[in-house]
Design a protein around this ligand. Structure first.
Ligand code: UT7
Length: 324
């Protein structure tokens, strides 16, 4: 790895999750389900939500949550709003069709010298945004960027559909990226999409029935296959071996999916980050939320080799190897 190449280093991560905790037992009052079923089949015990089931919609938007997470990340990085050159937001629950959630965040944060745009890649969104931002930095188009995953999925759920509503949670995570000429930074990434599988997992933009829908079983199978293959590809592109990875941070969709990937890749448990129990599936926010926790707990530190991998509706899959 050459030292002179410009790379995008992750300086810091900040997160925000709503205060309201929706526990599994809450679903037992209106759905044919149980805490035991949800924990065993998904690994989820609770999630944070803007919208409690069957109550008036909460006010908080993806941009509101993204801004809260961004302020934490920027303070940790010692980066001021004026230094930010670009804001890239991955979300499938934007505040509007347009203006973009990124533009709202750019204004609210006061990043007056920054460009801003959204990326739609569902649960793989954070890795897509990280890839785009790091390539812009490597190309010299920007020096400092915010990479955001933020979702208010609770506003899109059909609370009578037990196959989906028990899975998801709301939250935001933001990484501050900065150009560096050292060895740290995003060293490889891999993206692939398969639009033919669009009907397995979707959220319509129009019409009366605007709920997230999923063929859970098939999504499960594809998620294991695609994330395992993508993980190997990013490692290969980084020119390293899987054993060189210190921590795999996969999209938190289901503990059984994560365990199946770890088994396929023959990664020991201590090298796989899991925090789905507390947050459920927060889509594009799940990887930065997991990264922040791993960093705080000392599982990620300066020099750690981290492998991110996510899969989502589209279908989209993305992976990246990053030296912290
Ligand atoms: O972020 C990327 C996208 N999302 C994912 O990656 C999620 C992928 N899919 C999954 O996580 C799992 O497929 C689910 C958790 C959604 C479902 O788990 P499963 O083990 O695949 O269950 P299943 O769909 O095969 O259903 C088994 C049974 C069915 O009942 P019958 O037909 O056998 O009588 C379901 O109706 O479990 C039933 N079921 C439930 N029972 C209690 C489905 N959801 C629930 C529930 N509580 N919440």
């Amino acid at each position: 790895m050459s030292e002179s190449k410009i790379r995008a280093k992750i300086l810091s991560v900040g997160t925000y999750v709503p205060d309201a905790v929706l526990s599994n037992s809450c679903f037992e009052s209106f759905l044919e389900t149980s805490d035991e079923w949800i924990v065993t089949r998904t690994g989820i015990s609770e999630r944070r939500v803007v919208n409690m089931p069957r109550s008036a919609p909460g006010d908080m938007t993806a941009a509101d949550m993204g801004c809260r997470a961004a302020r934490v990340a920027m303070e940790r990085a010692g980066v001021s709003a004026g230094e930010v050159d670009g804001v890239v937001v991955a979300t499938f629950t934007p505040d509007n069709f347009f203006p973009s959630t990124a533009c709202r965040m750019q204004a609210d944060l006061g990043c007056t010298g920054a460009f801003a745009f959204d990326i739609s890649a569902a649960c793989a969104g954070f890795v897509y945004a990280l890839t785009v931002a790091s390539n812009m930095i490597a190309a010299g188009q920007a020096e400092t960027m915010l990479v955001v995953g933020t979702e208010v999925i609770s506003k899109t759920l059909d609370w009578s559909d037990r196959g989906t509503c028990i899975l998801f949670g709301d939250g935001a995570g933001v990484a501050v990226l900065k150009a560096t000429s050292g060895t740290a930074g995003v060293i490889s990434s891999y993206l692939l999409s398969d639009g033919k599988m669009g009907d397995l997992l979707y959220l319509p933009s129009w019409g009366e029935e605007r709920f997230l829908r999923m063929k859970g079983n098939e999504v499960f199978r594809q998620a294991v296959r695609m994330m395992s293959e993508a993980s190997l590809e990013a490692v290969k592109r980084a020119g390293i071996e899987l054993e060189d990875i210190d921590l795999l941070i996969p999209h938190q969709a289901n503990i059984r999916i994560i365990n199946a990937i770890a088994e396929t890749l023959k990664l020991p448990k201590e090298k796989v980050m899991v925090n789905i129990g507390k947050y459920g599936n927060t889509s594009s926010a799940s990887i930065p939320i997991a990264l922040e926790e791993a960093w705080r707990d000392g599982r990620v530190r300066q020099g750690s080799r981290v492998l991110f991998v996510g899969v989502g509706g589209g279908f989209t899959v993305g992976s990246a190897v990053c030296i912290i």
